[in-house]
Design a protein around this ligand. Structure first.
Ligand code: UD1
Ligand code: CA
Length: 459
């Protein structure tokens, strides 16, 4: 049967107090609405339409990579009105539409699939996700007659009896498209909030003798984020899920409560991660790595057996067995070879560093291609920028760069050469030669006394 999905994401989210639309607030590094879109896709719903309104351009921008379509709800007159704004998307279609909210990112794809399956197996007009909780404050209540779902009553519209109901509406549903379109036209805004409620569709279908079902699920999956407090609760739940997955896969997290790993990251077995590591984006970390505290690794590939300490690695690749840090900064488009060493206060930008090359301390390498088995002395600077243009430096294999060397780009240093400490290299260094590019030392004997600057005691 044909299936599609609608995601409600038009509200500003007053209670979150932000200039950014609520659904763009991130949970574990990903916007809530993108979590929901990705979950829909994993559940097999390809055709996804997002209803946007407040901050619509921002929401479009943030979801651009997801290949969805949009419906515009210019004025936010309620969740039912929001779905009415997607009539162009729905009309003429026959089958099931799954309607989810962009502010509830914890629902699992398996749960969405189970909802769709139940809906189709029971041949319902509507099937909703519900949950039973002790404190149902703020949520719409599911009113049942015996087993059957009768209607949903919003918290603000509940009478005393209804307020006691502990089964709540998760705000996630499947509808038969034609039945939904038919009942949307019957919605009124005659309620406590003066809004057109999507939830009223349930009662309308029931009155038309249509079949309505409900699937109760764990409350955790249904949490909707309305405030910063709920955002933090949601973040913690998702973080726990992610960290548990990695620990189940054989990764040691010394303190899972202070380890922050993106949903997409992959980590190999026997890797050990100390507290306060932030692993973001599509990062892939190999086996047997050691991540000491306080690093941030974004969209990078870290091969097996790498050790990193208190460093930042962005959009780069670190080869097998290499050590990084403490306090190294590896900037985008860098490729570090195997068994290399990038030490303290070293910055590498858009450069390749060969296998076993050591850049141990206080060095900047930018826009350079460096071979293998080289050694950089302390305080080397690749001078890659003349204030207007960036230039490339090329260094061969087995090169020894003395301390405090400047390599003024563009320049090439060939294999097996040595550069004397304190040199400012502006011309090519030929293979297997020693380059010295500094003023020769002059000692003027007795100069200080002659100037009368020291009085010796014995005189
Ligand atoms: C809604 C449900 C409630 C349910 C709860 C679960 C209604 C009337 N109520 O309440 O039964 O228990 O979710 O979390 O549906 N939105 C629009 N356009 C609008 C209004 C809202 O797109 O005009 C979007 C919001 O951006 C948000 C979602 O719909 O993503 C839910 O809206 P929200 O105001 O948070 O509804 P709740 O009061 O939480
Ligand atoms: Ca909500």
């Amino acid at each position: 049967m044909y299936k599609c999905s609608l995601i409600l994401a038009a509200g500003q989210g007053k209670r979150i107090k932000s200039n950014t639309p609520k659904v763009l607030h991130k949970v574990c590094g990903k916007e809530m609405v993108n979590h929901v879109i990705d979950t829909m896709r994993t559940a097999g719903l390809e055709d996804v339409n997002v209803i946007i309104g407040k901050g619509s351009e921002m929401v479009k921008g943030a979801t651009a990579s997801r290949n969805v379509t949009y419906s515009l709800q210019e004025e936010q007159l309620g969740t039912g009105h929001a779905v009415l704004c997607a009539v162009d998307f729905l009309k003429g279609k026959q089958g099931t539409v799954a309607i989810f909210t962009g502010d509830a990112p914890l629902v699992r794809a398996e749960t969405a699939s189970a909802l769709i399956k139940l809906h189709e197996e029971q041949g319902n007009s509507a099937t909703l996700l519900s949950s039973i909780i002790d404190n149902p404050n703020g949520y719409g209540r599911i009113v049942r007659e015996g087993e059957a779902v009768l209607k949903i009553v919003e918290h603000k519209d509940c009478n005393e009896e209804e307020l006691k109901i502990k089964e709540i509406n998760a705000g996630m549903y499947c509808f038969d498209i034609e039945d939904l379109l038919f009942s949307l036209n019957k919605l009124s805004n005659n309620n406590a909030q003066g809004e057109y409620y999507l939830t009223d569709v349930i009662g309308i279908l029931k009155e038309d003798n249509k079949k309505v079902g409900a699937l109760p699920v764990d409350f955790e999956e249904t949490i909707g984020v309305n405030s910063r407090g709920e955002l933090a609760v949601t973040e913690k739940i998702l973080r726990d899920r992610i960290n548990k997955k990695h620990m189940d896969n054989g990764v040691t997290l010394i303190d899972p409560n202070s380890t922050y790993i993106s949903l997409e990251a992959e980590i190999g077995q026997d890797t050990v991660i100390y507290p306060n590591n932030v692993i973001e984006g599509d990062t892939v970390i190999g086996k047997d790595c050691l991540l000491y505290p306080n690093s941030r690794i974004f969209n990078s590939i870290i091969e097996d057996g790498v050790t990193i300490q208190a460093s930042v690695v962005l959009e780069s690749k670190i080869g097998e067995g290499t050590t990084v840090g403490p306090y190294a900064y590896i900037r985008p488009e860098s490729i570090i070879g195997k068994k290399a060493r990038i030490g303290d206060f070293v910055e590498i930008k858009k450069s390749t560093i060969g296998d076993k090359t050591k850049v141990s301390h206080l060095t900047y390498i930018g826009d350079a291609e460096v071979g293998s088995d080289c050694n950089f002395g302390c305080g080397t600077v690749v001078v890659n920028y003349d204030g207007t243009h960036k230039f490339k430096t090329k260094i061969g294999d087995n090169v020894f760069v003395g301390c405090n060397t400047n390599l003024v780009s563009p320049v090439e240093v060939k294999d097996y050469s040595y550069i004397a400490a304190g040199s400012t290299i502006t011309e090519e260094v030929p293979e297997a030669s020693l380059a010295i590019a500094r003023a020769r030392q002059v000692n003027i004997q007795g100069w200080v006394e002659k100037k009368g600057l020291i009085k010796r005691k014995d005189k």
